[in-house]
Design a binder for this molecule. Structure first.
Ligand code: GLN
Length: 200
């Protein structure tokens, strides 16, 4: 069975463990480099990206995870996880010194504004059959700029001046601004586990 880790430094770890189990992967928590060594794929959950980076450095996971991403480890990041997979953080949003990187995007943290802490929206995700995804956004980032190596897969407010990319993929890296682990819709976790299977 595929062993898929959830970075368990901070954030909504348990919900991702449940979703991964429900789609037939073997979920494990990852806090240490030796645990990272054993997984076939990794989920970086939502939470607080500043705290996660700080803890990753304290737990001596920052460099090992950057290195494994560089070697092609499949990783899915939701919300704060998307921020941490971005190569660049837009200085016009809340700043962040470091990310693990890997996806050729610029993200803007807390992009939807302070008044709108959380909201839900239907998002059509390219390649996911069936209904749009009911996306839950919580102090979410959006993708400010998509570089040539990354592929946008989903947007909020398509066709309007408020259109923003909220789902993106680059090879075996996947990121969403929202939290599919909170809705019981397992299709994004299924897609990610297929990506892990394809590499493994
Ligand atoms: N606002 C958080 C950050 O910038 C992300 C919020 C979330 O993951 N729900 O890290």
């Amino acid at each position: 069975m595929l062993s898929v880790g959830v970075l368990a430094l901070q954030g909504d770890v348990r919900e991702h463990l449940h979703a991964l189990e429900a789609v037939g992967a073997e979920p494990v928590t990852v806090r240490r480099a030796r645990e990272l060594d054993k997984v076939d794929g990794l989920v970086i959950p939502g939470g607080e990206s500043t705290t996660m980076i700080k803890l990753a450095k304290i737990f001596e996971l920052f460099e090992p995870l950057r290195a494994r991403i560089g070697e092609g480890l499949p990783v899915y990041g939701s919300c704060a996880g998307m921020i941490l997979l971005a190569d660049r953080v837009d200085p016009d949003g809340s700043p962040l010194e470091d990310t693990f990187g890997g996806i050729d995007i610029t993200v803007r943290r807390n992009a939807f504004g302070r008044q709108v802490d959380s909201f839900e929206e239907d998002v059509i995700v390219d390649g996911l059959p069936g209904e749009p995804v009911r996306a839950v956004f919580i102090r979410a980032p959006w993708v400010q700029d998509v570089g040539p190596k990354a592929q946008p897969l989903g947007r909020v407010n398509p066709g309007t001046p408020d259109e923003h990319v909220v789902v993106v993929r680059q090879e075996s890296l996947l990121a969403t601004s929202f939290h599919p682990e909170l809705t019981g819709d397992l299709r994004l976790h299924e897609l990610f586990v297929e990506m892990v299977r394809a590499v493994g």
